[in-house]
Design a binder for this molecule. Sequence first.
Ligand SMILES: Nc1ncnc2c1ncn2[C@@H]1O[C@H](COP(=O)(O)OP(=O)(O)OP(=O)(O)O)[C@@H](O)[C@H]1O
Ligand SMILES: [Mg+2]
Length: 239
Amino acid sequence: MAELLEIKHVSKRYRGLVANQDVNLTVASGSMRCIIGPNGAGKTTLISLVSGHQTPTTGEIWFKGENVTHRSVPQRSRLGIVRKFQTPTLYNNLSTYKNLELAVLGSRCAPKRRHTRILQVLELVRMTEFIRTSVSRLSHGQKQWLEIGLLIANDAELLLLDEPTAGMTAEETHATGELVRGLVQDLHLSAMIIEHDINFIRDLRAPVTVLHLGAVLAEGEFDQIQQNETVRKVYLGEE
Ligand SMILES: Nc1ncnc2c1ncn2[C@@H]1O[C@H](COP(=O)(O)OP(=O)(O)OP(=O)(O)O)[C@@H](O)[C@H]1O
Ligand SMILES: [Mg+2]
């Protein structure tokens, strides 16, 4: 599998504080990578460096063989790097369909194909039955899924998800895992996912990187990570 994203020796300092320290990490095309670690470990910072909301102090970010370290957020999003924020960016008084319609206006999708594209996206995020529903009437989980739908409608290739299941019920969390796995498989998307919900991470069955004090502490399959003594000590043991 070709590497889609390559994070090379990336460090980020905020004045005296080291948020990321010599991080090396890759995400292969059509695959997922989970990032876990204690509060303040530098997970969100790392996502910001990939999305372009922050610039590394040193090191480089490469996407599809191109150095994007100094590219802006819109430039990266045109390349397919898209980030989902926790606070929804949806229009509450508009329907699910209208929200998607606005999203595809900004995509590469030709006007004639937009309606079909919206229906496709609705199907992918399992929201077809809510096509005419006003966003204000959707549950917290449904809003988050629609947000993911907006990203896909915008030709995402790499989804950056920071705690996508925060505030969700156990059932919604499980459905989100299925949804993300389905998207990666069916659309050959890639995803970098930060989560504190360890059951959600286990169910994704993807390689895991553990960050601690800004640096990579461990990397491997979920089972290896779970059995790693140091990881248990600094993070999993807390649970
Ligand atoms: N814009 C900023 N300015 C200054 N310091 C920052 C900034 N953003 C993050 N930090 C600091 O960098 C460190 C890493 O923060 P970050 O938000 O990346 O951690 P995190 O792993 O996402 O934590 P959490 O699990 O709580 O979300 C923290 O000490 C934080 O206070
Ligand atoms: Mg965070």
